[in-house]
Design a protein. Structure first.
Length: 304
């Protein structure tokens, strides 16, 4: 699917003849056009659609190809797994081609209100990806805090497995943010070749700082979550042990009166003493109740 936009009055707006081309999940016909007519490298084009590809910059005779990472939109079906996607930016002198595997909002936020050129748009798209990572990190931290409370009282592994999934997500995010940092460094080193102005270079410095802070934040979250996983697993195991101990005490308390009643109800040839009188019956019942009371008293005393 192809959308065409242009920069008008400092904003990106829909325009069928605009220089900003956005391809979302291009079909075979569109890929053939991009490779044969626009002369995009076929491998680089495929990398724009591959979530496992690392970010990089490649220079062709008539354009620069930039692959950077961004977080995918999260949904409840992802089951606490935050995923990463790739985006390809192919910057020509008079055109910017954006290739993505799935549709996503690209031009949200106040950063896209005062655009002047296509190179500046490239930088702000990378900046937007960093800000998107930071938003997801806040969500991951909030979900992790909620799951911690659940783990403290849970006796099953469901919440613990969700924490493992969040930890896995942070590993993917760290790798993506790190590879974006290398792309940003190369953007700055290639600023004259890409046509960046002095203002664009200053924006690049801000992007470098923001990406570094984003990486440190993700690293802290990952280390804290990883360091506490063993403790949380021990909590789940301890909760299960407490439950099993309680069940054993209950079983013992039930077995003692059963033993007392069984002794006096054995089918033997000799007559049972005081057979036919109600007094011994109540005495047996009292003995069974006393055994339960003794077990309960010992248990409470041991707990204290």
């Amino acid at each position: 699917m192809l959308r065409r936009l242009q920069i008008q009055d400092g904003r990106v707006v829909e325009n069928g003849e605009g220089p900003v081309w956005i391809y979302v999940a291009p079909d075979e016909t569109e890929r053939k056009f991009l490779v044969e007519t626009m002369r995009l490298d076929e491998h680089t084009l495929a990398s724009s659609l591959d979530a496992d590809e690392l970010g990089r910059i490649e220079f062709e005779p008539d354009h620069a190809a930039i692959i950077f990472k961004r977080p995918r939109n999260y949904s409840s079906q992802d089951n606490f797994l935050f995923k990463v996607a790739s985006t390809g930016l192919f910057l020509f002198k008079d055109r910017l081609v954006i290739v993505m595997a799935e549709d996503a909002p690209l031009f949200e936020g106040k950063r896209f209100l005062r655009l002047q050129s296509l190179p500046e748009l490239v930088l702000k798209l990378v900046f937007r990806a960093i800000f998107h990572f930071e938003e997801h990190l806040k969500v991951i931290n909030a979900i992790s805090a909620d799951l911690e409370q659940e783990v403290n009282t849970a006796m099953e592994n469901k919440h613990l497995l969700n924490l493992f999934t969040l930890e896995k997500s942070l590993v993917y995010y760290l790798n993506a943010i790190n590879t974006n940092g290398k792309v940003i460094d190369k953007l700055k080193a290639s600023a004259p070749r890409l046509g960046f102005t002095i203002e664009d270079v200053e924006l690049l410095d801000d992007i470098i700082i923001e990406n570094s802070q984003c990486y440190e934040q993700a690293s802290i979250y990952s280390q804290v979550l990883s360091g506490l996983m063993d403790a949380r697993a021990s909590i789940v195991s301890n909760n299960l042990n407490v439950l099993m101990k309680t069940l054993n005490i209950v079983m013992i308390a039930l077995m003692l009166p059963t033993l007392v009643v069984s002794v006096f109800s054995m089918n033997v040839q000799l007559p049972v003493p005081q057979q036919g009188h109600l007094g011994p019956f109540w005495a047996i019942m009292a003995a069974g109740a006393a055994s339960v009371a003794v077990v309960g008293w010992l248990w409470l005393r041991k707990k204290v």
